[in-house]
Design a protein around this ligand. Sequence first.
Ligand code: NAP
Length: 487
Amino acid sequence: MSSLSVNSSLIKDSAYINGLWCQAESGRTIKVFNPATGDLLGQVPDMGPAETLTAIEAAHSALTHWRAVTPKARGQLLRRWFDLIIEHQDDLAQLMTLEQGKPLFETRGEVLYGASYVEWYAEEGKRAYGKIFAASSSDKRALSIQQPIGVVAAITPWNFPNAMITRKIAPALAAGCTVVVKPSEETPFSALALMALAEQAGIPVGVINMITSSQAVEVGAVLTQDSRVRKLSFTGSTRVGKLLYSQSADTVKKLSLELGGNAPFIIFDDADLDAAVAGAVIAKFRNAGQTCVCANRILVQDGIHDEFVARFKAAVEQLIVGNGLAPSTTLGPVINQAAIDKITSLVRRAQAQGAQVISGGQTHNAGPLFFSPTILTQVSQQMEIAQQEIFGPVAPIIRFKDEAEALAMANDTPYGLAAYFYTESHSRIWRFAEALEFGMVGINESILSNEIAPFGGVKESGQGREGSSLGLDDYMETKYLCMGGIR
Ligand code: NAP
């Protein structure tokens, strides 16, 4: 890592607990590889239950002081952290491309997107309002205040190694909570670089703690069983989310769960086809198809099906596959061999069930973790590929005849994160948007997430919202105060 042009103060091979950079008690480490080249990037501590308890203890001790700091002063520290992230945006982007693989233009975008939550909550923390209720009797007054929920555990995935962390830490800190974070073992360097900047910003000792670990099950068990942890905020797969949900029952923790998706991307006959093609390419192939809001199924109405397929194929064949550090690259590798195996088997099984590969369909010669941008036609909603989260650069196209059929197909999934549709009919926009069973709907738009809006899912895609004022509420408790004896 030292040979790269990333600022060395941001490359940390230690975890961050109670203001100290530390190694695992066992001395064990995790190796981190570049998915584009297979090169070893470096090693970070492989911590377990003991260090997790130390981090919880640190967060718990820091809570008394931090919750008493005024929201304005907390906001000033967050603002300083934001400024440092912006100052180091190129370093953070390069580091992320190295360990996660997505092209530089995307990692630069993620750093700015991640920072926008820090800026937003630096301001929003000052706007945590209580309420005064109409009195139930003349000698009583009823009001509520908002208070920080306490110590928060945050577990984050590898696909957005920066933004999934800031989206949780910024509102938690703004609300007055302290945090223990466990990033994915695939992308710890981006996470630790954020800690280095938080330390430089002057965020007090113990307020943010980060443990790195390959022992997710053991660490998750400690975080969920400890009654000092009052909230768990998890972003990751629905499988692990359900597990953590049940593990949190004994201590009745508040939960935010940002889980998997199966987004339909629906194009009606009356759509602006140029906009729909451009939107579908972004919604499908961003981060090599590895986002929770990626278009998982493209549903196209009969009347424009063939024309859409032709134009979409032409656009997809313009994608440039390669190492994300090359300025021309628009599609990087997937994260690991397990991802390649899953994508390949989904494509093969779809083919066996009658789907046609009209572009791509196999790994790419750029390297073992690259998969060619792939389009499948003649896909049906019943096929496994339309039911499972693909998490790769594969676009299955399904034909539909009318709005009722499109709606039935779109909602035919236990997931409910994001959906997209393209139409020029304003009546349909309202009717269809209201009928979709998803937490977020892009209407003639494929990029919907930003700090001002509530991000989150329904059904098995989770609960809670990140971003907007709702994201702050998720880190606060409402306390009702009843005042009597008023004469
Ligand atoms: P994952 O396997 O569920 O892992 C997510 C995090 O949980 C990682 O830090 C992982 O650690 C940890 N983990 C794994 N097993 C655990 C356990 N038993 N107890 C506690 N922690 C555990 O998901 P992923 O493959 O990293 O991420 C992809 C998934 O995230 C997709 O399903 C995607 O849709 C979803 N996602 C959702 C959103 C959203 O906002 N809704 C955003 C991004 C991603 P290790 O990595 O170290 O094993």
